[in-house]
Design a protein around this ligand. Structure first.
Ligand SMILES: C[S@@+](CC[C@H](N)C(=O)[O-])C[C@H]1O[C@@H](n2cnc3c(N)ncnc32)[C@H](O)[C@@H]1O
Length: 348
């Protein structure tokens, strides 16, 4: 074992350098951003009863114990080694919460429920959705990570149909359509229990998709969710509604500026996070499903000279439409302008 620092926590992790499922206990430093955002988001809500369902080394729960004010935490992992390590890491950090060594579904179903459930599995969250949805409280937040992006973004379309009940499309917009397919899949489970799951903060990063859903109880709310399922860019059915609560996106960004805990020993991850959250904060203000892509449009119209993204955004705004970069693609613009006008501006 060796020690690493992340945020306010210091934890023991396996000595092996290669990040894989085969690690005795799983820890991926690249997921610091995922954990940072979870904490920044939870800091915007009052007292929460938290469940770190698939806790690994316990790093997420330990950081939550140290970095959130009002909370009660339960961490669970079915691996005996992980269970022992979480307890050791808890002692190392001088924090206390309940630690469990059960199958995740059994643990949830035997519990009274939680205000926040974090589902961070290897691959698909599918296996845990039913129990997580059952045990998420009214107005609670369900956080879901999926790392099986190959299915959701169209490398394996048949796997997507089997697992996510929708057809993906492998093109410039695949990460957004994949995310929206996953959102609908989780929402369909929610609707079975009359729970409307509304995305309040969603993103794609590196090898994974991440969504925070607010849970609202009610048949009418579920009907409104279903009305927003449809097709986008020939992919779907998928969720066509909002991906972010724009006020929340703004608060999370502000909370990150100069954040000393995120910066500890790690200015690089701080810079990356701040840049990422700034893009999301801006695109969250634009209520449009999908985006236009400069390279795609130029290829389609055989345009030789490419306009800079920032210049095009300025032009779109100048004629009264909204426009911003999107975190889904370096050459994409989220905007409420139609494609015809977008092309006309791009042609100059
Ligand atoms: C991706 S890791 C979690 C990483 C952790 N959340 C973090 O932020 O570092 C997934 C964890 O789920 C655990 N796991 C897999 N299947 C499980 C199940 N059915 N019930 C409980 N835990 C399970 C694994 O032992 C592993 O530690």
């Amino acid at each position: 074992m060796r020690k690493v620092r992340e945020g306010s926590a210091e934890v023991f992790i396996p000595t092996e350098e290669k990040i894989s499922k085969e690690l005795p206990v799983f820890y991926n430093p690249a997921m610091k951003l995922n954990r940072d955002i979870s904490i920044l988001l939870l800091q915007q809500f009052p007292s929460m009863n938290i469940c770190d369902l698939l806790a690994g080394t316990g790093i997420r729960a330990i950081r939550m114990a140290k970095e959130l004010k009002h909370k009660s935490i339960a961490a669970n992992d079915n691996s005996k080694k992980a269970f022992e390590l979480i307890k050791e890491n808890m002692r190392l950090n001088k924090v206390k919460f309940s630690v469990h060594n059960e199958d995740a579904n059994r643990f949830l179903l035997n519990s009274k429920g939680f205000d926040y459930i974090d589902v961070d599995p290897f691959g698909s969250s599918n296996f845990f959705l039913d129990a997580a949805v059952k045990r998420i409280s009214r107005n609670g937040i369900l956080a879901v990570t999926n790392t099986d992006t190959a299915a959701l973004t169209g490398t394996y379309p048949k796997a997507c149909i089997r697992k996510y009940w929708a057809t993906p499309k492998r093109d410039y917009m695949m990460h957004e359509t994949g995310l929206r397919i996953l959102i609908r899949r989780v929402q369909l489970i929610g609707m079975q229990y009359e729970k409307a799951l509304i995305p309040i903060f969603s993103y794609y990063k590196d090898h994974y998709l991440r969504i925070f859903f607010k849970c609202i109880k009610g048949k009418k709310e579920c009907d409104k969710v279903a009305e927003q399922h449809g097709v986008l860019n020939n992919a779907g059915p998928l969720w066509l509604g909002i991906l972010w609560d724009k006020k929340l996106a703004d608060k999370i960004y502000r909370k990150t500026i100069g954040n000393k805990i995120i910066k500890i020993n790690d200015n690089k991850s701080y810079d990356e996070l701040l840049k990422f959250l700034k893009i999301i904060k801006e695109e969250s203000k634009i209520n449009a499903a999908g985006f236009h892509d400069i390279h795609e449009a130029a290829k389609e119209k055989k345009l030789k000279v490419l306009m800079k993204k920032e210049d095009l955004i300025r032009k779109i705004r100048k004629i009264g439409y909204k426009a911003a970069s999107t975190h889904f693609s370096g050459t994409g613009i989220r905007t409420d302008i139609d494609y015809k006008r977008f092309l006309a501006l791009l042609k100059g």
